[in-house]
Design a protein around this ligand. Structure first.
Ligand code: SD4
Length: 290
């Protein structure tokens, strides 16, 4: 018997975990569950860090990064996708319908179109107005937990014990054109290992890419650390190298094959949502900086 089903995601996205749970309860696979959960945030214009309504890059263009991975080691990703809401679903198609793992930019958009995804303008009036306000000073200063913090990374284990994860984002607000963060980078923003568990990240992607954060956490679990200990070590690996008090946020969540979970942030304010047989709850994460 398996400890599943379980699903958990970065931040307090109760609608996403509720949707993923519904898929799991109806006998869906972990892969179906994480895709469905991520799609909830992609479709929500109120989430300005994911999908429709995401904050644009410096030039005013909304570009999406996403990836998905199952417990057979299959994975797919899109980077800098423009004009399609469901980047996670395009990533899944890359995984299932192509011999490749990553499609980027114009080629990713061409593929999405060929796969029949509807194209649309993702820049909402609210995000356009904020960008126009930002342009007046064009100062690029990410603020912890106030903006730039709603990327969804979602993990699941289904009733058969299969694991999967997905991560989707519009990336850092007002990023340079062409900038890609950690979220679509397998091993950085997301990693799933069938024997061990899964991890996903949110926060300043450059720091997560430099330490291959999610892969690190899964490997630490393989060596015997609990998901909680592994997330703490992942954040420590980033923050331990910094002088002073860095002002960027990082958040990791992890799930192991026994159904144990953990989370840790760089700063206070990170939390994660979990739905399992014991209920549905948002839990504040402990943090490296107090
Ligand atoms: C990125 N990790 O593009 C993403 C941003 C993020 O919540 O997590 N925001 O660097």
């Amino acid at each position: 018997s398996h400890p599943g089903p379980i699903t958990l995601c970065t931040w307090d996205f109760g609608n996403a975990t509720a949707r993923a749970w519904e898929v799991l309860q109806n006998g869906g696979t972990a892969l179906d569950a994480v895709e469905a959960g991520a799609m909830v945030e992609e479709a929500d214009p109120g989430n300005q860090t994911v999908g429709l309504g995401g904050r644009p890059d410096r030039e005013g263009v909304v570009t999406l990064d996403a990836c998905i991975m199952d417990s057979n080691g299959n994975c797919g990703a899109v980077m800098g996708l423009e004009g399609f809401v469901h980047a996670v679903s395009v990533a899944r198609k890359v995984m299932e319908q192509t011999p490749h793992v990553i499609l980027a930019g114009a080629g990713a958009a061409q593929f999405a179109r060929e796969q029949g995804f509807p194209s649309q303008d993702l820049l909402t009036p609210a995000s356009r107005e904020e960008w126009e306000e930002w342009k007046k000073t064009s100062r690029y200063q990410p603020v912890i937990n106030i903006e730039n913090h709603d990327t969804i990374g979602i993990l699941a284990m289904d009733g058969e014990g299969r694991l999967a994860g997905a991560c989707t984002t519009s990336g850092l607000a007002y990023k340079m054109r062409g900038r890609v963060g950690d979220s679509p980078v397998i091993g950085a923003g997301l990693y799933v290992d069938p024997e061990v568990g899964a991890a996903t990240a949110t926060g300043l992607g450059e720091e997560v890419v430099r330490t291959v954060g999610s892969f690190l956490i899964v490997e630490l679990m393989r060596q015997g650390k609990s998901p909680q200990e592994a997330c703490e070590e992942g954040v420590r690996r980033i923050l331990g190298r910094k002088q002073g008090r860095p002002d960027f946020q990082i958040g990791f969540i992890a799930l192991n094959h026994r159904g144990e979970t953990g989370a840790y942030g760089a700063h206070p304010g990170f939390s994660f949502r979990q739905y399992d047989s014991r209920g549905h709850r948002n839990t504040p994460a402990e943090s490296y900086l107090k």
